[in-house]
Design a protein around this ligand. Sequence first.
Ligand SMILES: [Zn+2]
Length: 595
Amino acid sequence: MDQHAADVLAGGNCRMGKQTWKLAAALLLATCGIPSLGFAGSAVKATVIVTNARVYTVDAKQPWADAVAIGGDRILAVGSKERVEAFRNKNTQVVDARGKLVLPGFTDSHFHLIEGSRTLTQLDLNGTTSIAEVQERLKKFAASHPNASWITGRGWSYDIFGEAALPDKKFLDEVMPDRPVYLVGYDGHTSWVNSKALAVTGITRDTPDPPNGWIVRDAEGEPTGALKEDADDLVGSRVQATHEEQLAALRLGLREANRAGLVRAICLGNSIHLVDDGSNIALYEELLKSGELTLRLYVSSYEGPPTLSKQQVDAVLKAKQKYQGDWLAAGAVKFYLDGVIESHTAAMLTPYSDDPKLTGSLRWDEAEYKRAVVELDKRGIQVFTHAIGDRAVRLALDAYEDAARANGTHDMRHRIEHIETITAQDIPRFGKLGVVASYQPLHAEPNDDTMKVWARNAGPDRASRGWTWQSVAKTGGHLAFGSDWPVVTLSPWYGMQNAVTRQTLAGKPEGGWLPQERVSLEQAIEGYTLGAAYSSHREANEGSLEEGKLADLIVLDQDLFRIAPSEIHKTNVLLTMVGGKVVYQSPEITVGSAK
Ligand SMILES: [Zn+2]
């Protein structure tokens, strides 16, 4: 275990609070020239200097700077080159940014690290635009993994099935009749399996639907191979990865995250068999102890209906107490209130436009959900609620409002995840109630899935209030941005482009879809930095480049402020630094000693 990890686990002697640190820095600056009063007998000097940069700090007091001085894992100074040079000595490492843009490191506010990392070792179906393409990739993958007992994959989208908008086992049987196949949809809400997988797991016409799950059946009652929501678990729970496989996948995931410019991820507990519970934290802790954790993590635990027990609350409180470091923190709870609009499982106030018999349904009894939120709020536990339909969004807002009133709490920063549709009257409630709007900007990309399936199901009225980022921000709501990886790529640059354009990469539709809901580049950057930090109560230490905060920053290959918004997705990260340490570096950037 390295010293840093030891400190974090021991409760953090090295984690000087921001105020303490500022005081220490001020004292040392005041006594500059009297080395005996400094740390270890020398005046405060930078371990690293990032210089020759265009630094956009996300600090309103000083938005732009040329250089950053870092001492250990904290920022000593941000400002002009001259000011920062004063912190240099012969041992200082120098990052020459060559005039490039430097930003605070990015936080992904809605991330599924375990599942996402696992996809890096599975069949990747992202970007497939036809059933034939899925079949091709499946055949290739199976041929190159002859010993895998299951073929698992992820990333298909509903629009490839045309009108039906749901997968069918027959397409998989055509190319893979004898090995079980399990392919999760891009959004994680529907799975697609072949006949062999149904046979192996014993799913037949007589198998009842599990709670909050649907085995899709044909006119004769035969399972079609589409499994909605928790029916996924009938198969998903049978294809668990081993401990070693999970660690290996996580190492890949961390590397990808750092390469994309992420320094922290807020991990949302997900489906039951891959829940971010204690067992996942143990994996993260193992990586922390071996010095391999290069992404700061804030982990929530998924708690499912029908009720929240005292034991569940106690377990979360225990995790919150145990894990509260800058690298690994726990103590939030994730609830699912509904599903997704594409499969009519999101809970709507009025019927779906394409099928008036359907309004979706809530996964929780309303009163039980509200009771659970009040209880967690009372115990100081932050709540993240998945709510996509306007009915689910309203219930989450109501529950948070009730909890604050019942407990007299404030500034809990409970969050709602996704918020794909909302009524006009609920928009200002985010600002009014202090509820954080956690959005994944790339989900609103006006691609075929959104414009053909999503918009058809939602109908024109609801679709006119799809992902209302700017309306929520204008009424005082806090925005936190993320990806929902592996639902979409973990690269924040695609999401950021859509946040400011609401156009596909091909520039469609012209002028952007609901252009009034676009955000500015500055707002988009803030959503991935200071806004994300705020959404996890970490803005005192993270989210902007300011003296005393953690030294988490990135260097980019292109200047976002000087390019067309349609170019943002092409951004490459040249260097990612977490806590003063370089965790990713492209060959284009050099880190050298001071001459
Ligand atoms: Zn998610």
